[in-house]
Design a protein around this ligand. Structure first.
Ligand code: GDP
Ligand code: IMO
Ligand code: MG
Length: 434
C-alpha cells in the first residue's frame, strides 16, 4: 500500500506539478494536502501548457481520483473557475473530490491579506494576496468556514457573522464593498455549495480505503520546505506546513501510510517574495538564469529571485522531510555555462561559518554562500533520457549533489515537457518497489 509524498525542497516552483503528473499516471489517487491557490503548478503535455492552482496535478488523466484534502484552504470561486476551465478544454474532472472539512477562503480573507501587507510596508512578506494567511488564522482561531458549511444556509450565515465580528475594525475601509454584505456573501457561497456538492466527500476515508485496498496514492505538496510555517524562514513563509510530515494531517492518513518521500529541487535556487536567500545572485548571472529558466511566477507573474543551488538548505530539507529520493529539475537551464557554483556552507558576520542551516534569524539574514566551483557544459541536454546521455560535467554535478546530501537522485528534469525526464537507476528501483 504505497503512499508517495512529493514535496518542494527549496522555496517553491521546483517543478512539483510536472513530477506529480508523471507519477499520477500509475497511481490510483492524487491528494493535495496543504496550501491553496497561492500555488501555481505547471504541466506541459504535448506542447500544451496547463496551470493549476487548486486542482491536483493528476487531473489530466481522465477520471483519475484527485482529492483536495482537509488541509487545503479552498477559494470556491477559483475552484469552480478551474473546473469550468477544464470542462471547456474537454477534460474530464469527474474524479475530483473535495474534503468537507477543508476551510474556505472568504472575500474578507483576501481583503485582510492585502491590508496586512500594505500595513507592513517595507516589512511586507510579499504574499500572493490570495487570502491564505488570514484563512489559516481563522482556522486556528476556530472561526473558519468549512466546505460542508456551504450546504447549510443557517449554519453558513451564523458562522460568517461570527467570523466577521472580531474583524469589523480592520475591515472598516472595505465596509462599502458589496462583497462584505452578509446576505449576499451567504447567497454566493450557497451557490458555490450547490455547484460543488457533487465533489464534496469524506476524503480521509476515501484515501484510507484506497491505501487499504493496495492502491498507490501520491500526496502532492504545494509551496516548499523553506516556506514552512514552522521550519522555514519565518516570518517570510506561507501559513501552512509544506513538509512531508504534514501530508498525514492534511490528507487524514497516518505516518505508517507513507512509504516514499521525494523532494523536488531545481539545479539552482529561486524565491518569490521577501525573506532571506543566502545564495541570491543580484547580478547578470542571476538575470541569465531567470531568462533561461523562465523564472516568472505561475500565480502572480512576479519575476522570481534567482541564485546558485544551496546545499546547506537542501540538506536541511532532506532531513526535515526524511527524503528517500531527490528530484533535480531544470538541469537543462545550465547548458552553456562555463562553470557552475554550489553553496556548501554559509559565511556570516565576523568570519563565522555555518555548515548547518542556522536557526537564528539575525544569523540567517546576514548569511551568504560559500561556494565550490564545478565545470559546466555546453551541450544541449534536452533530449537526454538516461544519465549516460548527459555530458560528464552534468553527471558530476548531479553526483556532487547526491553525495553532499546523502540522498539518491531518482529523477532529473531536462525540459518542461512530460517526456523530458531521466529516470536514474535509483529512481527505477524505487518506483518498482512502490
Ligand atoms: P511547481 O510550483 O513546483 O509545480 O513549479 P511551477 O510550475 O511553478 O514552476 C516550474 C516551471 O518549470 C514550470 O514552468 C515547468 O513547466 C518548468 N519545468 C519543470 N521541470 C523542468 C525542467 O526540467 N526543465 C525546464 N526547463 N523547465 C521545467
Ligand atoms: P508553489 O506550490 C513559490 C510565497 C509567496 C510569499 C510567501 C507567503 O507554486 O511552489 P502566501 O500567499 O502563501 O501567504 O505567501 O510564500 N509562496 C510561494 N512561492 N511558490 C509557491 O507555490 C508559493 N506559495 C506561496 O511568494 O513569499
Ligand atoms: Mg509554482
Amino acid at each position: 500500500m504505497p503512499g508517495i509524498v512529493i514535496v518542494g525542497a527549496q522555496w517553491g516552483d521546483e517543478g512539483k506539478g510536472k513530477i506529480v503528473d508523471l507519477l499520477a499516471e500509475k497511481a490510483d489517487m492524487v491528494v493535495r494536502f496543504q496550501g491553496g491557490n497561492n500555488a501555481g503548478h505547471t504541466i506541459v503535455r504535448d506542447g500544451h501548457k496547463y496551470a493549476f492552482h487548486l486542482i491536483p496535478s493528476g487531473i489530466l488523466y481522465p477520471g483519475k481520483a484527485c482529492v483536495i484534502g482537509n488541509g487545503v484552504v479552498v477559494d470556491p470561486r477559483v475552484l469552480t473557475d478551474e473546473i469550468d476551465g477544464l470542462r471547456a478544454k474537454g477534460i474530464d474532472a469527474s474524479g475530483l473530490r473535495v474534503s468537507a472539512n477543508a476551510h474556505l477562503i472568504m472575500p474578507y480573507h483576501l481583503m485582510l491579506d492585502s491590508a496586512g501587507e500594505a500595513k507592513l510596508g517595507k516589512l511586507s512578506i510579499g504574499t500572493t494576496k490570495r487570502g491564505i494567511g488570514p484563512c489559516y488564522a481563522d482556522k486556528a482561531a476556530r472561526l473558519g468556514i468549512r466546505v460542508q458549511d456551504m450546504l447549510d444556509e443557517k449554519i453558513l450565515k451564523k458562522k460568517i457573522a461570527a467570523a466577521l465580528e472580531p474583524k469589523r475594525l480592520t475591515l472598516r475601509p472595505f465596509a462599502k464593498d458589496p462583497a462584505l454584505d452578509l446576505q449576499s456573501m451567504t447567497e454566493d457561497y450557497l451557490t458555490f455549495g450547490h455547484r460543488l456538492e457533487q465533489f464534496i466527500a469524506d476524503t480521509s476515508s476515501l484515501t484510507q480505503r484506497c491505501l487499504d485496498d493496495g492502491g498507490t496514492v501520491v500526496f502532492e505538496g504545494a509551496q516548499a520546505t523553506m516556506l514552512d510555517l514552522d521550519h522555514g524562514t519565518y516570518p517570510f513563509v506561507t501559513s501552512s506546513n509544506p513538509v512531508a510530515g504534514a501530508a498525514c494531517i492534511g490528507a487524514g492518513v497516518g505516518p505508517r501510510d507513507i512509504d516514499v518521500i521525494w523532494g523536488v529541487a531545481k539545479a539552482y535556487a529561486t524565491r518569490v517574495g521577501a525573506g532571506p536567500f543566502p545564495t541570491e545572485l543580484d547580478d547578470a548571472v542571476g538575470a541569465e538564469i531567470r531568462e533561461r529558466g523562465g523564472e516568472f511566477g505561475t500565480t502572480t507573474g512576479r519575476a522570481r529571485r534567482t541564485g546558485w543551488l544551496d546545499l546547506v538548505a537542501l540538506r536541511y530539507a532532506a532531513r526535515l522531510n526524511t527524503l528517500t529520493g531527490l528530484v533535480i529539475t531544470k538541469l537543462d537551464v545550465f547548458s552553456g555555462f562555463d562553470t557552475i557554483r554550489v553553496c556548501t556552507r554559509y559565511r556570516g558576520d565576523d568570519e563565522a561559518t555555518f555548515d548547518v542551516f542556522p536557526y537564528h534569524q539575525s544569523v540567517l539574514h546576514h548569511a551568504v554562500g560559500d561556494y565550490v566551483e564545478l565545470p559546466g557544459w555546453q551541450e544541449d541536454i534536452s533530449e537526454a533520457r538516461s544519465l549516460e546521455d548527459l555530458p560528464q560535467a552534468a553527471r558530476e554535478y548531479l553526483d556532487f549533489i547526491a553525495d553532499f546530501i546523502g540522498v539518491p537522485i531518482v529523477l532529473v528534469g531536462v525540459g518542461p515537457g512530460r517526456e523530458q525526464i531521466i529516470w536514474t537507476q535509483s529512481g527505477d528501483r524505487l518506483a518498482a518497489a512502490a
